[in-house]
Design a binder for this molecule. Sequence first.
Ligand SMILES: [Zn+2]
Length: 188
Amino acid sequence: MKTAVRWTDDHFIAGDLALDFANTVFRRLPEVGADLLDSGAALIGWYVHAGLLASADGAARRSAAGQLAAARLLRDRLWAVLEAQRSGAELPAEALAGLLASAQAGPGRDLVVAADGTVTPRTVTGAGAAIALRAVGLALSPPVRPVRSCDRCGWYFLDTSRGRRRRWCSMKTCGNQAKVARFREARG
Ligand SMILES: [Zn+2]
């Protein structure tokens, strides 16, 4: 049996959980790399690391495998909407409608929203709905810091750098590789 990916803070570099969820592939560019959401356990683990679920309890584990396809579909829709936001295009209607449908599935049994807007999922479905709610919020009230994507791997992030010139998902990975590549080029 293969073990689920170990999520670390390096997987949560985007500055927004909806974007972090979009980044659950090894890379998005130049072609989509290995899918890190490759099992129900990986999905639950992500929700727990993200703070959306308190723990990977038995009920969560049992329902997770069945939620995997829905989670990936949610991610596809996120990609479509984020790509439009990033490039300044009109948001694709079908993807946005899909996000709204996922968000709508949450409130009630699966998720509660506090007066201050804090969203607390109670189930795996609720955790997915929480991501969809964030994505809808991001789509309708775009942050001052623009949605950008890494020049090398295509992971999304909010550019909170001072000069708004952030190019990499992380200096530790892509930023460093770019530096090494430039160094090699310079040495011919
Ligand atoms: Zn990157």
